[in-house]
Design a protein around this ligand. Structure first.
Ligand code: ATP
Length: 517
C-alpha cells in the first residue's frame, strides 16, 4: 500500500479509537490544532514520562522546572524572537495557497536524493550480489550528475538564507521550475518574512494593557531561571535544566496531521557547561539522545542525523535527529550548541549579572549551553505510525482474517492489560473485577465483557494493549487465566498470582531505560 494511504488510514484510526481528535470538531475544526483523546492522552503522558525520567531521574546533574507560558515581553526581544523568529513565505497567485519558500526549495533538493535512490535500486536489481554501492555512487554518470546538481542548488540556497536574500530565494524557485502542487503553475508572489509568534494583551484596560507573546519555545523559561535554579539547587557545572510544556507558533503551512501544529508541546533540556567544553558535550548528548530513540526498538535505518550546514548566528554546532515518517525523513529533535548567546542577551537586557563562579578555575564566566529539544507530538506521531500494522491472520477454522494492531512498545501502551470474562455470568465478571482490583494500582487495566472474545481481542489490538487475559469457568477452580500476547497472539495458561510479575517485567519504563547507553 502506498505510504500516503497508510498515513490516511492512520489518521482515521487515531480518531476511531480515541487517540487524536481535531480541535473544536463540531465547529468544523481549527486548523493545525488537535486534542488528545482518552487513549491519546495516556500514550502522550507515557512518552513524556519516558523523556522526563530519562533526563531527571537518570542524570544526577539534571533537574526539572515548569515555567509559565506567559513571560515578560522583553524576554523575546532579548532572545531575538521579536526581530527574527520568522519564516520566508510565498503565495501562488492562481491557487492562492501559501507556502514556506525554504520548504519548497528543500523539497526540490530532496528530489535529487530520490532520483539517486532510484538509480541505486535499479542497479542493485541488475547486478544482484555482485553490486558494489560505494563504487556505483562514485562512478555512475547519472548519480554523479544528480549529486553535482544537488550540491549546486544546496549551496545557492544556504547562501541565500545566510544573506537573508528573499529575492534570491524567489529566483531559486523560478530557476528550478518549482510549481505549486495545487494549481501546477509557477505564478508566484515575492517572498516575504512572516513572524511566527502569537501575541495577546495582558491587563484589563486598553491603556493599561501590554502586548505579550505566547512562548514559541520553552527554552527561554529555562534561561531566565538559570540563576534561580543554580543558586537554590546549589548546582555545579556541568548541569542541566529540563522542562516539558506547551509552545505556540503561527505556522505558515500546517500540514501532516500532528507533525506541524500551531499549539504543540516540547520537551527541552538546556545543559550548562564550561566554555570550550561545549562540543564535547554536544557530541555526548547527540549519542545519548539517539540511544533514547533507538531503545524503543524500531529499526536503526529509520533514524539519521542531519547536521546543519547553515548555523543560526548564535550556534556553533547543530544537528537534527530525523525519523522516517510515512511522508519521508523529517526532524523530530534538534540538538544545538547555543554558545553563551541566550544568557549573555538576558544579562544585557535585564541588567542583572548572569554568571557562574567556577571554584576550580577561581573565576566567573557565562556558561555555554547545549540544548536538546524534541516535540512531544512529533514523537507521538513517530511512535504511532511505526506501531500501526495491518496483518492477515489465519483463524481457527482456517479462514483468513484481517487485524489492525498497534505494536506499541509495551511501556508506552495506553492500556497494559485487558481483563475479559468469557461470559457475562456464572461469577466470571466478579472474578475479573477481583483481578483488576488487585492490579489497578500498578497497571492501567480495562474491563470488557461485550461481544465475542475475538472481537474483544481486535479492539485491544487496535489500541495496542500488550496483554489480554480471559477468565473462564476453570479459572474459578484453578485460579488460572489464559494470557494472550498482542504481537504473537500466543496464548498460555498462567496463575493469577503470577500476573503481576509477568506484566511488571514487560511494561515498566525500566525495560527501556536498561537499553540506554
Ligand atoms: P521545523 O524546521 O520542522 O519547523 P524547527 O527546527 O523550527 O522545526 P525547533 O525550533 O528546533 O524546530 O523545535 C524543536 C522541536 O519542536 C522540533 O524538533 C519539533 O519536534 C518540535 N516542533 C517545532 N515546531 C513544531 C510544530 N509546529 N508542531 C509540532 N512540533 C513542533
Amino acid at each position: 500500500m502506498a505510504q500516503e494511504d497508510i498515513f490516511k488510514k492512520l489518521v482515521a484510526h487515531c480518531k476511531e479509537y480515541g487517540f487524536v481528535f481535531q480541535s473544536s470538531e463540531i465547529y468544523d475544526g481549527l486548523s493545525a490544532v488537535y486534542d488528545y483523546a482518552q487513549m491519546g492522552v495516556e500514550l502522550k503522558n507515557n512518552i513524556k514520562k519516558y523523556w522526563w525520567d530519562s533526563m531527571v531521574l537518570l542524570h544526577e546533574n539534571v533537574v526539572g522546572i515548569d515555567s509559565a507560558i506567559f513571560m515578560h515581553p522583553t524576554t523575546w526581544k532579548a532572545s531575538g524572537h521579536v526581530d527574527a523568529f520568522s519564516d520566508p513565505l510565498i503565495d501562488n497567485k492562481d491557487s492562492k495557497k501559501r507556502y514556506r519558500a525554504d520548504v519548497l526549495i528543500e523539497d526540490c533538493i530532496a528530489k535529487y536524493d530520490t532520483k539517486i535512490e532510484k538509480e541505486v535500486k535499479k542497479a542493485e536489481k541488475k547486478f544482484g550480489d555482485s553490486f558494489d554501492k560505494t563504487q556505483f555512487m562514485e562512478t555512475n554518470p547519472r548519480v554523479l550528475s544528480n549529486l553535482k546538481k544537488k550540491k549546486e542548488l544546496n549551496d545557492r540556497f544556504v547562501k541565500a538564507l545566510e544573506d537573508n536574500d528573499l529575492d534570491e530565494l524567489k529566483q531559486i524557485i523560478i530557476d528550478n521550475g518549482i510549481a505549486c502542487p495545487v494549481s501546477g503553475t509557477k505564478n508566484w508572489t515575492d517572498v516575504r518574512q512572516f513572524n511566527l509568534m502569537f501575541s495577546t494583551e495582558m491587563g484589563s484596560t486598553a491603556e493599561g494593557s501590554s502586548k505579550i507573546y505566547l512562548r514559541p519555545e520553552t527554552a527561554q523559561g529555562i534561561f531566565v531561571n538559570y540563576l534561580n535554579v543554580q543558586k537554590t539547587g546549589r548546582m555545579k557545572l556541568p548541569f542541566g535544566i529540563a522542562q516539558i510544556g506547551k509552545a505556540f507558533r503561527n505556522e505558515i503551512v500546517a500540514r501532516q496531521f500532528i507533525f506541524r501544529m500551531r499549539e504543540f508541546e516540547q520537551m527541552e533540556m538546556q545543559f550548562f557547561v564550561r566554555p570550550g567544553d561545549e562540543i564535547k558535550w554536544f557530541d555526548k548528548w547527540k549519542e545519548t539522545r539517539m540511544s533514547w530513540h533507538k531503545a524503543l526498538g524500531f529499526s536503526d535505518d529509520k533514524y539519521r542525523f542531519h547536521d546543519h550546514e547553515k548555523l543560526a548566528h548564535y550556534a556553533n554546532a547543530a544537528t537534527d535527529i530525523e525519523f522516517k515518517f510515512p511522508f519521508g525523513f523529517k526532524e523530530v529533535e534538534g540538538i544545538h550548541s547555543r554558545t553563551d548567546f541566550d544568557l549573555t542577551k538576558h544579562q544585557e537586557f535585564s541588567g542583572k549579572k548572569i554568571q557562574y563562579f567556577d571554584p576550580e578555575l577561581n573565576k566567573n564566566y557565562t556558561p555555554y549551553v547545549v540544548e536538546t529539544s524534541i516535540g512531544v507530538d512529533r514523537m507521538f506521531l513517530q511512535i504511532i505510525s511505526e506501531a500501526y500494522c495491518e496483518e492477515t491472520i489465519k483463524k481457527d477454522d482456517g479462514k483468513e482474517d484481517k487485524r489492525v494492531v498497534l505494536k506499541l512498545p509495551a511501556a508506552l501502551a495506553p492500556v497494559k492489560l485487558a481483563v475479559l470474562p468469557l461470559v457475562k455470568k456464572d461469577g466470571l465478571p466478579e472474578k475479573a473485577r477481583e483481578i483488576i482490583d488487585e492490579l489497578k494500582f500498578d497497571f492501567n487495566c480495562q474491563y470488557d465483557e461485550k461481544d465475542s472474545i475475538g472481537k474483544r481481542y481486535r479492539r485491544q489490538d487496535a489500541i495496542g494493549t500488550p496483554f489480554c487475559i480471559t477468565i473462564d469457568h476453570d479459572s474459578l477452580d484453578d485460579n488460572k487465566v489464559t494470557i494472550r500476547y498482542r504481537d504473537t497472539m500466543k496464548q498460555e495458561r498462567v496463575n493469577i498470582s503470577d500476573l503481576y510479575d509477568i506484566l511488571k517485567e514487560e511494561v515498566a519504563l525500566k525495560t527501556l531505560f536498561k537499553k540506554l547507553k
